[in-house]
Design a protein around this ligand. Structure first.
Ligand code: DP6
Length: 361
């Protein structure tokens, strides 16, 4: 497969105006994407749970311009107000995807976005935000070419979302999405995410993720910079190989429902991600003292109660507490009584595995 498959044929009858709105979720990686090559090609394959309650809602209104412009013409509103500081990221995204949606400069776009989770919660909104926007823009292509199949629509939406933010390509569908070329999944691709094709044990279909908001401040090092530091990283090659091995291990675990095996892979992936940050040049630490307090309490709780609760981390200090839905009452009590005190203002978000983006308009 080449990217040229996503370049549309010439078109003539452009719609004069229209609207599209999508609600697209965040996702949490179990095997982490960390390191990339040019054009948002991942250095290793990754897999994530699609979330349900952490999502971005985006409405794109498009109006045909009198003539095609040299620049992109768009307004961006976040939670009802114009947000100039977000525009450069959208501008970059539009220029990366223009070759695949060549009509973009024919329109003035009004992009209105809001998140279900609190602003500056430290939750990365790029996955949900970029996937929601990609889906809205795909709706314009669908207007032009109604024969687009649902499969192609999702694949291209994921392909476009990846060009906005790598992890965003895993937010179109659910509940488990794999991205990046990997020999264990025949149709896997570096260009877009695919829904995990094998049968998974029932325990993983409603897995819970409670996101503990440890620090709501701006991240000191962006993901993009962190990915860059994997070039010339002394452990890069071993790390990229390990992601493949962990995917192999997870395959059997997803089938059997082996929760102890799941915990081992998932926690090791989280700590390896942070180990890569601590061993890059320059090195940095995104965990906070409270992140470690929480991890230690989770380990102690697991030892004492035989619970199957575990944690994973993104490129930040927040902790995603993962557990089977059957343990929800017990684990939520533990979170409220023992972990919430390590969160900023005691805040956490209850979420669980979801099925992907939803079209609203
Ligand atoms: C640690 O997708 O945010 O969350 O492609 O530069 O936008 P860009 O990076 P991004 O990186 C996410 C990295 C991660 C792991 C993961 O989600 O797989």
């Amino acid at each position: 497969m080449t990217e040229s498959r996503f370049i549309p044929n010439s078109y003539d009858d452009l719609p004069t105006s229209g609207k599209s709105s999508w609600r697209s979720p965040s996702n949490i990686a179990l095997v982490k994407y960390w390191g990339k090559r040019e054009n948002q090609i991942p250095a290793n394959p990754s897999i994530s749970f699609t979330l349900n309650s952490c999502f971005t809602t985006t409405l794109v209104s498009y109006e045909k311009l009198k003539e095609k412009q040299h620049q992109f013409s768009f307004d961006f509103l976040f939670e009802g107000s114009p947000k100039e500081e977000f525009k450069p990221k959208i501008q970059t995204f539009l220029s990366r995807i223009e070759v695949y949606l060549p009509f973009l400069k024919e329109y003035h776009l009004v992009i209105e976005s809001s998140n279900s989770f609190p602003h500056s919660s430290g939750i990365a909104s790029s996955a949900s935000g970029m996937s929601a926007l990609a889906l809205c823009l795909m709706d314009i292509e669908k207007e032009l070419n109604p024969t687009v199949t649902p499969n192609f629509f999702n694949q291209k939406a994921s392909f476009l979302a990846r060009l906005g933010s790598g992890s965003a390509c895993r937010s179109i569908q659910g509940p488990l999405v794999q991205w990046g070329s990997y020999k264990g999944i025949e149709n896997s691709s570096d260009f877009y995410g695919v829904t995990y094709p094998f049968k998974t044990h029932a325990v993983f279909q409603d897995f819970c993720d409670t996101v503990l908001l440890v620090d709501k401040g701006e991240k000191t090092v962006s993901s993009t910079v962190g990915h860059g530091l994997m070039h010339h990283h002394p452990f890069a090659e071993q790390r990229f190989q390990q992601a493949h091995t962990n995917l192999d291990t997870l395959k059997a675990i997803f089938r059997s429902g082996d929760l102890d095996g799941f915990i081992q892979v998932v926690e090791s992936e989280a700590l390896t991600l942070h180990a890569m940050m601590m061993t890059s040049t320059p090195y940095f630490i995104l965990m906070k003292p409270n992140t470690l307090q929480i991890i230690n309490k989770i380990w102690a709780f697991r030892r004492e109660t035989k619970s199957h609760v575990c944690f994973t981390l993104d490129a930040g200090s927040n902790v995603h507490v993962l557990y089977p839905a059957a343990e929800k009452t017990v684990v939520l009590k533990f979170i409220k009584e023992e972990l919430a005190s390590h969160c900023q203002n005691g805040q956490f978000i209850e979420d669980q595995v979801g099925t992907g983006a939803i079209k609203l308009v």
